[in-house]
Design a protein around this ligand. Structure first.
Ligand SMILES: NC(=O)c1ccc[n+]([C@@H]2O[C@H](COP(=O)([O-])OP(=O)(O)OC[C@H]3O[C@@H](n4cnc5c(N)ncnc54)[C@H](OP(=O)(O)O)[C@@H]3O)[C@@H](O)[C@H]2O)c1
Length: 278
């Protein structure tokens, strides 16, 4: 049985860290790396021990999901005797299976409604929501008992965040959908975990999210107390092994998750207004 890990957003940041951590596992045979920048994926691939399959795809395009689906079908045909109609490991026999899906590719934009172009809003929704669901639905027929789906959400899922409004809403979607999927897949023995980090400054995310270099009244100025992405990835792999539905990856996100359950949203949003400008 060939066991495959599929990682989206593997060309930088958290996704590349997942690839390196999963590369250290002996229970995986192949790692599939997905993102747009092929050169970065090739660079990462050459640093990994495992066999890799590089899929340079723009996941905001529906055709990219078709290409992933076709690549999986082709692999299953090359490694025969996989029974696609069966979710039962015993009937599957030898063949290939997806052991991990890490849905990590994500994009954000900081600013208020008039700062962010329509294309950027559409890209956030297409990548952070639609692509997550489509990638999971595409790999699920190839998953068996013990397989894991790790969906990268954010601490911004715990409340509405003005000046990060659309991004935070996409991450609330990921959190809500992951929690539901966790229950739907429970009887199949497939584990689903939503990962909720606070800011991670060591990735490309914040640079890409800032609309301009000049802080305005619409921007976020405070990125203090960021999470470490290596710790976040390690902790989330551990949480997914335990089949926890949600994991926060640092002190701020853990406190935020708890406090947002107690304090009314309007007050949380007023506190955010102060915090973001500090
Ligand atoms: N950093 C933070 O503060 C933070 C906090 C909470 C949650 N998160 C979440 O963590 C995840 C990883 O982000 P990161 O911090 O590691 O940022 P990052 O370094 O910018 O990584 C984002 C990844 O997504 C890929 N990507 C972007 N657009 C894509 C597209 N259209 N199709 C396919 N892949 C695409 C990028 O690769 P290409 O450019 O090569 O396509 C890159 O590999 C994201 O889901 C993000 O929302 C980040």
């Amino acid at each position: 049985m060939i066991k495959i890990a599929v990682i989206t957003g593997a060309s930088s940041g958290l996704g590349s860290i997942y690839a390196k951590l999963i590369d250290g596992r002996k229970d995986i045979d192949e790692i599939w790396l997905i993102a747009r920048r092929e050169d970065k994926l090739l660079e990462l691939s050459s640093s990994l021990e495992h066999r890799t399959n590089i899929l340079p795809l723009d996941l905001t395009k529906p055709a990219s999901i078709d290409r992933l689906e076709n690549a999986l079908k082709a692999k299953a045909e090359r490694v025969p005797s996989y029974d696609l109609s069966s979710a039962d490991e015993k009937k599957g026999g030898d063949g290939m299976t997806i052991a991990f899906l890490v849905n990590c590719a994500g994009v954000g934009k900081i600013g208020n409604y008039c700062d962010i172009e329509r294309e950027d809003n559409e890209r956030m929704i297409a990548l952070n929501c639609t692509a997550f669901v489509n990638a999971a639905n595409t790999v699920l027929p190839y998953m068996k008992r013990g397989a894991r789906i790790i969906n990268i959400s954010s601490t911004s899922a715990f409340q509405p965040f003005q000046h990060l409004a659309v991004y935070a809403a996409t991450k609330a979607f990921v959190l809500s959908w992951s929690r539901a999927l966790h229950w739907e897949l429970f009887t199949r023995g497939i584990r689903v975990t939503a990962v909720c980090p606070y800011w991670m400054k060591k990735t490309e995310f914040i640079k890409n999210a800032e609309s301009s270099g000049i802080p305005s009244s619409h921007s976020i100025r405070n990125f203090r107390f960021g999470d470490d992405p290596v710790f976040a990835a390690r902790l989330s792999l551990w949480a997914s092994a335990l089949n926890l539905p949600v994991v926060t990856t640092g002190v701020v996100s853990t406190l935020h998750r708890l406090i947002a359950k107690i304090i009314p949203r309007g007050i949380m949003q007023a506190l955010w207004e102060l915090w973001r400008l500090l």
